[in-house]
Write a protein that binds this ligand. Sequence first.
Ligand code: SF4
Length: 235
Amino acid sequence: MKGFLHSYETCGAVDGPGIRFVVFMQGCPLRCKYCHNPDTWAPDKGQETTSEDLIEKISRYKVFMRNTGGGLTVSGGEPLMQAEFVADLFKKAKEHDLHTALDTSGVSSPELVETVLKYTDLLLLDVKSTDPQMYKMLTGVKIDYFYKTLELADKHGVEVWLRLVVVPSFTDKFEEIDKINAIKAKYSNISKVELLPFHKMGEYKWAELGLKYELEDTYEPSSKTMEELNRALNE
Ligand code: SF4
């Protein structure tokens, strides 16, 4: 099956447990203000590949992945834009006995989400914001997809790690943490919540693409803010 990749990384250590082969898919329907990969947005760019070629490449690293409790992570862009390709790649990964993780916003149709969940061990689900208005303002899309995907993961018994990017003045609020704690209490399949500090490493890409970066005056959250929010998360 054919798909379009932005890039891949053979030794990822932050997108799921252990050492991971991370595939970044091309295409994203969201427009997150803090996106550090706007070059993944256009669905008609990227390099064409096949799931057969890709799994062959990935499988060369499988001993390494297994020995560290790692596996394959598919990220993006928004990987659900090429859900059938990702499902096929994950199916092939399971044939190699590899752990599979999907790093997603959850924005897609329920049918396509289920197609991929069938072969997914871990869902790395971006919260963006728990406030519907803030979510829409930050991403350009409605929050409903997030909740629907979370419900589907619960229905299929797929483990979930929630991830929130802490953006000063936007999502660095204790109310966000309280709502995340409430969501965690409701879904027993959520095993972890990760708070990721906002950074501006991708700002230059916006300029290269001729796009206006609206967060130019926003800075990384302080370590004190991150510590306090993490403490509230674990209370
Ligand atoms: S979902 Fe990810 S790739 Fe898409 S705009 Fe948001 S941060 Fe960027």
